[in-house]
Design a protein around this ligand. Structure first.
Ligand code: KIV
Length: 277
């Protein structure tokens, strides 16, 4: 059964962890749904793991809509969250229009934005307009340059306190889930116990109310770099290369297609077609 927003809060109250995984297209969404994961994130990480950019910054609204629609087709029974790409929520008007498109056209159940206190007016407007919002603080890849690169956040007292304040302000503004990326586990624990809404960690330790990973990282399909917080549960990239190489060889040595992959004609039709020749 498709989870609803109150289900996530009930899971936190019951101490039941929430699993979230990214998906970007029909087959990945179908695999994630079949595996029973609680919620899918159509992350703008698709810019890096699917589209081959160096960061998430170039991802457009059209990219996000295209992929969110495909995910919805592959996972009709799963709660789907779509990322708002960089600059698509730079003003209140843009935020409402673009978030509305991800829900209405993309079929998402909620949207996710990166940022803390600065986002409060936007989160309030979106929730007032009936759009469910997920927050994302800590390492926020869209603004990684301002953070000094892809680095752990909240390591000193001042930035840790700021993260706690950000989390409280976002909850107050109406987010129903909060992603905590690349922050020390003690800071994540303090944020998680201080909030009623569930936190979803990525590189934020075990004390979050749930965890999220990138699909390609979990399956070993993205080898360009591997952050410390990634656990590869499989090495499908290597397996895929071996399988594709085997196909290549079988074509070269006329081993593929075999009889079982080939259509034939009955002797009678062959006789009529070619006569006695
Ligand atoms: O874009 C994404 O995949 C994300 C997750 C890493 C949380 O934002």
């Amino acid at each position: 059964m498709k989870k609803t927003i109150p289900d996530f809060e009930k899971m936190k109250q019951a101490g039941e962890k929430i699993s979230m995984l990214t998906a970007y297209d029909y087959p990945s969404a179908k695999l994630v749904e079949d595996a029973g994961v609680d919620t899918i994130l159509v992350g703008d990480s698709l810019g890096m793991v699917v589209l081959g950019y160096d960061s998430t910054v170039p991802v457009t609204m059209e990219d996000m809509l295209h992929h969110t629609k495909a995910v919805r087709r592959g996972a009709a029974k799963t709660f789907v969250i779509a990322d708002m790409p960089f600059m698509s929520y730079a003003t209140l008007d843009l935020a409402i229009i673009n978030a509305g498109r991800l829900i209405k056209e993309g079929g998402a159940d909620a949207i996710k934005l990166e940022g803390g206190l600065n986002l409060v007016p936007i989160v309030e407007s979106l929730t007032r307009a009936g759009i469910p919002v997920v927050g994302h603080i800590g390492l926020t890849p869209q603004t990684a340059n301002q953070l000094g690169g892809f680095k752990v956040q909240g390591r000193d007292l001042e930035s840790a306190v700021q993260l706690v304040k950000d989390s409280q302000a976002l909850e107050q503004a109406g987010v129903f889930l909060l992603v905590l990326e690349a922050i020390p586990r003690q800071v994540a624990a303090q944020i998680s116990t201080g909030l009623k809404i569930p936190t979803i960690g990525i590189g934020a330790g075990l004390d979050c109310d749930g965890q999220v990973l990138v699909f390609h990282d979990l399956l070993g399909l993205f080898e360009r770099f591997k952050p410390k917080f990634v656990k590869q549960f499989a090495q499908l990239g290597q397996e895929a290369v071996q399988s594709i190489h085997k196909y290549h060889e079988e074509v070269k040595f006329s081993l593929f297609p075999a009889d079982e992959h080939t259509f034939g004609l009955s002797d009678e039709v062959i006789q009529k077609l070619y006569g006695d020749k």
